[in-house]
Ligand binder design. Structure first.
Ligand code: KG4
Ligand code: ZN
Length: 340
């Protein structure tokens, strides 16, 4: 079965064709980064306008690179949540219209579950495992028992990890997107230049939750307080010290979740899963099997949406054509989460 996947939740207009949930036949990503770089962040209005301009050419290119006509497509999947509302609506409405006009099945896909599926495009992965979903909008540690069976164990109490990378990079003028810029600078910096504190939040919050507002404030407003004497205040040293703490916050909660649940297989997804320090530190952990998607599939793409769309379709699950867009994550099972 060949599924066309459409993704437009943030600042990438993307479409892909995936066969049987595994074979990426085409994968086109039109990035809007240059349009948002001037502002050091995604401007929702610009994002929606660019999606509107690019959605048709991007879908056409995905089909032509796959050497397929629309008639040969078995289903159309699109992200309907979470994301920027104006951005989501473009891809979702396009996909539903296409499905309606062609009388083909339509499948609405949760973007975060899509990120998790990205690693499955590359290899067979057995369930259950621990999922680490880290992007510009989310930081989620979850138990994954199936492609649509997710138990959220922990999430962020404030900023998402990618958001912290982006904000620190913006403040210091490191470049955009911030995560990519910091990762690159950090390679020639010393992570011991500053000793930023780890958040002390596990008393009141959930024990697998993370927090990034403290680190962000420390790195931006209180850096003098945490800077170690003898280290030069270079962009490389700031980036390396910030990144080290950012990654260790995730690691400490993830390793605790692994010890408590007995799950030793970890699958990462989302833009921050591209981080080289996160990958290196997890690779050092003995007794864990850590699976990362290829770098290209960490950030937003249509292949992860098409791949997951296939799974639903193969199980006979489709979505109605009045499926709405939703800016928030929905459809996660949230066990053990007493907070509203
Ligand atoms: O998954 P994604 O493309 O979009 C969202 O769903 O949010 O993730 C984008 C986020 C941005 O915050 C970006 O700075 C971060 O992923 N990112 C990275 C790296 N590459 C992208 N963060 C840390 N290290 C990287 N190498
Ligand atoms: Zn994403």
């Amino acid at each position: 079965m060949k599924v066309l996947g459409i993704e437009s939740s943030c600042d990438e207009t993307a479409a892909a064709v995936v066969e049987d949930g595994r074979v990426i036949v085409s994968n086109v990503v039109a990035t809007q980064i240059p349009f948002h770089a001037t502002y050091n962040g995604v401007v929702p209005e610009i994002a929606s306008r660019k999606h509107t301009e690019w959605i048709l050419p991007v879908v056409k290119q995905a089909l032509s690179e796959a050497n397929l006509t629309l008639d040969e497509i078995d289903g159309i999947a699109a992200t309907n949540r979470p994301g920027l509302m104006g951005s989501l609506l473009v891809g979702l409405t396009f996909a539903k219209t296409l499905a309606w006009s062609l009388d083909k099945p339509f499948i609405a896909v949760n973007h975060m579950l899509g990120h998790l599926y990205a690693a499955h495009l590359d290899r067979d992965i057995e369930y259950p495992y621990l999922g680490l979903l880290v992007s510009g909008g989310h930081s989620i540690i979850c138990k994954v028992s199936g492609y649509d069976d997710i138990e959220v164990l922990g999430t962020t109490m404030d900023d998402a990890v990618g958001e912290a990378f982006d904000k620190v990079a913006k403040f210091y003028g490191f470049g955009y997107p911030g995560g990519v810029a910091i990762d690159k600078l950090a390679k020639s910096g010393d992570p011991k230049a500053a000793r930023f504190p780890l958040p002390n939040l596990y008393k009141g919050g959930h024990e697998y939750d993370v927090s990034y507002s403290g680190l962000k404030t420390a790195a931006i407003n209180q850096i003098d307080q945490f800077w170690n004497p003898g280290f030069e205040r270079t962009p490389e040293n700031i980036a390396a010290s910030f990144q080290e703490t950012a990654v260790r916050i995730l690691l400490s909660r993830l390793l605790k979740a692994s010890r408590d649940t007995g799950l030793t297989r970890i699958v990462a997804g989302g833009g921050v899963a591209a981080n080289s320090r996160l990958r290196a530190l997890l690779a050092e952990e003995k007794g864990l099997e850590c699976i990362f998607p290829p770098l290209k599939l960490c950030t937003d793409n249509g292949a992860m949406i098409a791949g997951l769309g296939y799974r639903y379709l193969a199980d006979g699950i489709t979505s109605p054509l009045d499926t709405a867009a939703n800016a928030r994550v929905e459809g996660f099972r949230k066990f053990g989460r007493p907070r509203a």
